[in-house]
Design a protein around this ligand. Structure first.
Ligand code: HEM
Length: 542
């Protein structure tokens, strides 16, 4: 080919490439335009036209990406998202809808409507949530089915007059153990004995988070220390000593798992969650070994519920790993929130020395002359210990994260709005707890006095009614309201009273007040933000 022919071919190829690029660009622009047009039409239809045509359906917080919805914001900070959504609707009290990762939640923020949710166990199901957890944590499908199959009314073991499944009956069994009565008192006595015995310098110094100091004191990272102590306490009181003998590292493994529980709740794939699944497997494996020890050979006292639950489960064929997974959920309920609540309560006291002194003075009468803990029950009496009562409530208010979520099993009307079967309804407790109209001024500040002030609208003259307000939901509501609430309060307030009676507790250095990890989902009380745990010095009182 001549050089002239070469250059002609080159020019032709360049022109062709140019034309192709131009037409590709053109196609691309058209595609983008079509997609945008489709998105705008979809969005206008879904969030502007449809609400006008169907005013009985809850209005939806608009988003741009179908399916994904508010998934990213939900993942980063779900409480922040809920507040923004409520703000978008002008602080509405009507239920509204919110979509994240293809799942639609109807959010209920008015007290009257949340009461409708808690009352309705016909078409709103809590069991769906529990079954989801069972599935994620390794229960086989046939076992989940067996646990949720109705049992005869005349079955042996725990009475079942309504012929319910073991999954539903379990709620009554929790209540039988944990609601005021002789079973709860037995557990409280165990807690009292445990605290009396173990809250001494030698035992405290043995925790991994403690460093001994020469002057009869130790230094601890408070969050880690409260967690180690309370998991050990909860475990010993429910399972006796045998579980610790099987696996002395169990509380540490549970702590590691529980700090990463958000990966379980978001169902992270296994290649991204080995740090969470490894300690979880350890807890389940140790529980499995525990159930291989015959009941009569377990030492140190086992709570009624553990043996009763084991008998009921075995009777319907739940054995081995499946039994361990079921009881793992109980281990989780016992230990996940109490440790964190103890940390927040102690933090508020340490950063407010006058409150700390008030707590110490009020609870002094629970101790004998020799410093022994003789009457922990007086600490639970709000007329004898009003500050303890107020500090407990305010700590729960500030550090509670939980929301009640129910699956809608048939179309249901809540707050006058139709909620469609297959979606979920949510009562976000944290949003309710910061309502200035209910909890008074500066709702974002720790002000325990809001619980001591006499309130006019109380049914008893001169009594604060806040704790009876339907907006107050730190433990959820309805049939599934936390049955462990009495034991949790007893354990935390008694532990703190004993700590203050025996020790001086002071900050090491001058760290700022720890921040809560508001973005991550938990099942009750928030964790501390990574890096915000702080050192305290615990020294014997003179
Ligand atoms: C301060 C500590 C605690 C907090 C903030 C807390 C909070 C909660 C919340 C929000 C629920 C869900 C209720 C619902 O959605 O309706 C719940 C359920 C539950 N909690 Fe707690 N909890 C605490 C301590 C405990 C303890 C110590 C135990 C056991 C000893 C326990 C046992 C349970 C059980 C068994 C359930 C399930 C209710 C059922 O299915 O019947 N909790 N808790």
């Amino acid at each position: 080919m001549t050089s002239e022919a070469n250059s002609t071919a080159f020019i032709a190829a360049t022109a062709l490439a140019h034309n192709t690029a131009v037409s590709l660009n053109f196609v691309l622009v058209r595609v983008v335009l079509y997609v945008l047009l489709a998105l705008i039409s979809w969005r206008t239809w879904k969030f502007t036209v449809s609400p006008l045509l169907y005013p009985d359906l809850p209005k939806e917080y608009p988003y741009w990406l179908p399916f994904m919805g508010h998934g990213r914001a939900f993942f980063l900070d779900s409480n922040g998202l809920l507040s923004r959504a409520r703000g978008y609707f002008g602080g509405t009290k009507e239920p509204f809808a919110l979509t994240a990762f293809g799942m639609t939640f109807y959010v209920v923020t008015q007290i009257k409507h949340s009461a409708e949710v808690y009352r309705n166990s016909e078409t709103l199901s809590f069991e769906d949530f529990v079954q989801g957890l069972m599935r994620i944590n390794g229960n086989d499908e046939n076992i989940i089915k067996a646990v949720y199959t109705a049992l005869p009314t005349d079955k042996a073991g725990f009475p079942n007059p309504q012929g319910e499944s073991l999954g539903v009956l379990a709620q009554r069994m929790h209540a039988h153990q944990l609601h005021p009565g002789k079973n709860l008192t037995a557990l409280q006595k165990q807690v009292q004995g445990w605290i009396g015995k173990h809250l001494n310098l030698a035992d405290l110094a043995a925790y991994p988070s403690a460093v001994s100091k020469p002057d009869k004191s130790i230094e601890v990272l408070l969050y880690q220390w409260c967690s180690e102590t309370f998991i050990q306490l909860g475990q010993d009181v429910y399972f006796g000593e045998t579980l610790s003998q099987i696996d002395p590292e169990l509380p540490a493994a549970f702590f590691t798992f529980d700090e990463l529980i958000w990966k379980m709740l978001y169902q992270y794939p296994s290649f991204m969650s080995a740090d969470m699944t490894t300690p979880r497997s350890q807890v389940i494996a140790s529980l499995n070994k525990y159930f291989q020890v015959p009941q009569a050979e377990r030492s140190g006292g086992t709570a009624w519920l553990i043996n009763a639950m084991e008998d009921e489960m075995r009777a319907i064929g739940v054995e081995g790993d499946n039994l361990a997974v079921v009881v793992f959920h109980l281990y989780l309920a016992i230990n996940t929130n109490t440790r964190k609540t103890a940390f927040w309560l102690l933090s508020y006291l340490i950063y407010n020395p006058s409150l700390l002194e008030a707590y110490r003075a009020e609870t002094a009468a629970a101790f004998g002359d020799d410093g022994a803990l003789v009457d922990p029950f007086m600490i639970q009496d709000s007329s004898l210990c009003p500050w303890v009562d107020a500090i407990w409530h305010e700590t729960l208010r500030m550090s509670g994260w939980a929301a009640s979520v129910r699956l809608i099993t048939a179309d249901t009307v809540i707050g006058g709005k139709y909620m469609r079967k297959g979606n979920r309804v949510m009562v976000p407790h944290r949003l309710l707890h910061f309502d200035e109209g209910v909890f008074g001024e500066q709702p974002h500040k720790f002000r325990p006095e809001r619980w001591t002030q006499k309130v006019n609208n109380s049914d008893e003259p001169g009594v604060n009614s806040l704790a009876r307000s339907p907006s107050w939901r730190p433990f959820g509501g309805g049939k599934t309201m936390c049955s462990g609430r009495f034991l949790a309060r007893f354990s935390v307030t008694t532990f703190v009273a004993t700590l203050l009676a025996r020790f001086d507790v002071e900050l090491v250095g001058n760290p700022p007040f720890p921040r809560a990890d508001e973005g991550r989902p938990v099942l009750g009380t928030m964790s501390v933000k990574e890096g915000d745990d702080f050192r305290v010095k615990i020294s014997l009182r003179k």
